[in-house]
Design a protein around this ligand. Sequence first.
Ligand code: ADP
Ligand code: MG
Length: 580
Amino acid sequence: MSTATLKVATEADTQVEDLTDGFHLVIEALKLNGVDTIYGVPGIPITDLGRMAQAAGMRVISFRHEQNAGNAAAIAGFLTKKPGICLTVSAPGFLNGLTALANATTNCFPMILISGSSEREIVDLQQGDYEEMDQLAIAKPLCKAAFRVLHAADIGIGVARAIRAAVSGRPGGVYLDLPAKLFAQVMNAEAGAKSLVKVIDPAPAQIPDPAAVKRALEVLKSAKRPLIILGKGAAYAQADEAIRGFVEKTGVPFLPMSMAKGLLPDTHPQCAGAARSTVLKEADVVMLVGARLNWLLSHGKGKTWGEPGSKRFIQIDIEPKEMDSNVEIVAPVVGDIGSCIAALAAGLGHDGPSAPADWVATVRAKREENVAKMAPKLMKNTAPMDFHGALGALRTIIKERPDAILVNEGANTLDLARGVIDMYQPRKRLDVGTWGVMGIGMGFAVAAAIETGKPVLAVEGDSAFGFSGMEIETICRYNLPVCVVVFNNNGIYRGTDVNPTGGSDVATTVFVKDARYDKMMEAFGGVGVQATTPDELARAVNAAMDSGKPTLVNAVIDPAAGSESGRIGNLNPQSVLRKK
Ligand code: ADP
Ligand code: MG
């Protein structure tokens, strides 16, 4: 604590006491627990906390808006299995960060939102403080746990509780409320140092019950048409080799959810990604590995899943309450994915692959048929581009640079890129996740570059980009190897809608025609490129990836190319009474 002390003469002026304060204790508590990066936006009352954290050797990345800093922290948590830290000011800054905190919790990403807050005495009497808000109460329902620290001596415990809550069991978002007064509180330095807590084994292994493992294997072995679905929980677990070994040993076709793409390569012979509808409809046993039967999997029922009652589900998840949340799970296996997969693999013994050969052949044939169907669409070299032509170019780039990280959001831009761009390595695809939310783009891109040092390709719908677009200044400021490609079709879904009244306002889903997003990047010293054909797009992205320079490519897409709400138009109610 030598850097954190202040010598103060006592009354008698005979002894000198070493003091520390809240600022130093927060920083020391984080550092003691291996936190080396903070994402945030400076301001009252945490400006000095950021400065002092930087002075203490931490990386402090300042954003233009808290939601983007929060998204950065959340995805840092997903990539590293350590809680990502987002630091904000009180009331409005806190609320801006809260969207990201709630999104992190929904996606099971470990994150801690640390916000400064106003004085308790004034807030609780509602006497009208600067940025007065009962932040703890507001955060509680939107995260896994929420804590407030009132005394400097409790900072160590507060930070420890936040870390353990974020990463143990099912990971999620945690709120830590630090009132302004806390930072300036002083205490004896030695007592302060002793009050800090190093969290031992923050995410303990959770070993599955051997009976549950045996049950699961019996169900899997009895299947005629087995399917393994890998979710982002499996990607998060960082049990890559064990998962790959298990999947290959069984020979069972696997389907990756979008952020689990690359856990095994999309080009793996067992990958059923291109035969999705067939395997969901026809499988008789489905093993879910860190994937939830939520809306993204049609809740495990309905037309997508074929004949009612035709499936039996095995589910591996760390969260016991997840079982039976939508349909009956005949073989729940509760534990962490690394431990569960290890136990299942051990139980398989030395038998060869258990997947029936005719089923494996059916899936492979369907997949090859669909891949062949898509191939010509990806080679169209037209101007303006359509989605497939542009994505075909990007698909080749990721194939040639499999360690690059792909960030992806939008409607059509998201749905089509997910299918077209094959991934080859784990945790390389970061996207809109469980909520299908827009606005994650630049926050995810910044953190992906900071946490991994790898080149980042952010493929963004023009509308999606707008939610975090100002952060291209952040990308330029930290000189990050991020290439943003804006799929510019002049609007939301499409750029062709017209105002039905014939009035001078444009239609609600339309943006400025032929906007030049590339010029925004140039304004901050980055490279801006306009691309009108897939060849131009490929050239620009390759140059960006080679140079590592912040780049934005304005990819001109046919305004008529998109469809309403991308592939989830069914979720967007439309009035039958609307005048066309
Ligand atoms: P996807 O959207 O890819 O299907 P979900 O976010 O729906 O993925 O599901 C992820 C699941 O993984 C959650 O139910 C979560 O509890 C679980 N999970 C997260 N980390 C682990 C882990 N280390 N071990 C086991 N399960 C995990
Ligand atoms: Mg658009």
